[in-house]
Design a protein around this ligand. Sequence first.
Ligand SMILES: CC(=O)CC(=O)SCCNC(=O)CCNC(=O)[C@H](O)C(C)(C)COP(=O)(O)OP(=O)(O)OC[C@H]1O[C@@H](n2cnc3c(N)ncnc32)[C@H](O)[C@@H]1OP(=O)(O)O
Ligand SMILES: NC(=O)C1=CN([C@@H]2O[C@H](COP(=O)(O)OP(=O)(O)OC[C@H]3O[C@@H](n4cnc5c(N)ncnc54)[C@H](OP(=O)(O)O)[C@@H]3O)[C@@H](O)[C@H]2O)C=CC1
Length: 291
Amino acid sequence: MVDKVGIIGAGQMGSGIAHVAAVAGLEVVLSDVTMDRAKAGLETIDQNLGRQVAKGKLSPEDMKAALGRIALADNIPALSDCDLVIEAATENEQVKVSIFKELCKTLKKDALIASNTSSISITRLAATTDRPEHFMGVHFMNPVPVMKLVELIRGIATTDETFERFKTFCDRLDKTTAVSEDFPAFIVNRILLPMINEAIYTLYEGVGNVEAIDTAMKLGANHPMGPLQLADFIGLDTCLSIMQVLYEGLADSKYRPCPLLVKYVEAGWLGRKSGRGFYDYRGEGEPTPTR
Ligand SMILES: CC(=O)CC(=O)SCCNC(=O)CCNC(=O)[C@H](O)C(C)(C)COP(=O)(O)OP(=O)(O)OC[C@H]1O[C@@H](n2cnc3c(N)ncnc32)[C@H](O)[C@@H]1OP(=O)(O)O
Ligand SMILES: NC(=O)C1=CN([C@@H]2O[C@H](COP(=O)(O)OP(=O)(O)OC[C@H]3O[C@@H](n4cnc5c(N)ncnc54)[C@H](OP(=O)(O)O)[C@@H]3O)[C@@H](O)[C@H]2O)C=CC1
């Protein structure tokens, strides 16, 4: 039985997972490298819970109770008595591996571990832990409180019992699950990210500007967000990491990351989270296209 969940990384995904777990009645420890980062995650949760209260989807009492179930931490040993830990740190294999190494030193032996990675091999990540049989990919979608899907990815060693326990956990969070084999970027990002990368090539080659490309896909294909707006929303660093995993993992030139995406990331223009990407979010009004 999972009662207490640890989350590592309090960015947009970690805070979203903490949000839905706390609303579902679980105790949550949300950790990041500094207390300031963890507090920023909690502020995001506070705002998004407030949104749900304003829409009448959650009572003010339930919001207060959910916030009361979230503890913050700036270190990994603080998660040692959790029943299940979800890693939602930056999409970088070295960062994730060093987190798992440290986590396994103190985490209780029967606890489950998951990664929310968008693309990296679950079998490879699991092999860096002391419990590959109790490890899985549990891939939430952004924004977590709104999106129904969670992809479940087994590593080669994941047991049936571990799979069932994670499935029960996702059911409790009222999410719908889809099972993916452990291939680069799984199902959603194998399909979605090449579309976003192609939109960036379309911009790079001057076929259209930012506004034209996003308007075309919103009104011409009924996408809720244009692909460049969505790239900014995901984070351009995350988009580039996923494309690199696809390119290297599948060894096919069709996954080559667009040089313009590389340039934006090198500039530190990471999208919404850094204030600027294909749009500039730093002004008062509507975001303005940067190309
Ligand atoms: C990269 C990966 O590894 C995998 C991924 O996640 S890929 C990204 C997947 N996500 C997407 O593709 C998202 C595409 N975009 C959308 O679906 C929509 O634009 C959106 C749901 C994000 C926002 O929708 P919108 O209609 O423009 O905005 P808005 O009206 O403000 O919000 C719609 C609803 O979501 C709620 N909402 C939006 N963001 C929220 C958040 N962070 N927390 C809680 N509620 C939120 C709003 O309150 C609103 O609720 P109601 O339906 O009850 O009114
Ligand atoms: N963005 C998206 O749409 C989706 C992302 N994902 C995946 O979720 C994960 C997180 O992404 P996202 O939330 O968008 O990224 P963010 O950049 O918003 O958040 C990542 C957080 O992890 C922190 N962090 C970095 N290193 C460590 C560490 N060693 N220990 C603890 N925390 C650390 C970062 O701190 P700092 O900033 O100080 O480095 C940051 O606060 C990634 O694996 C991503 O691929 C999955 C689904 C959708």
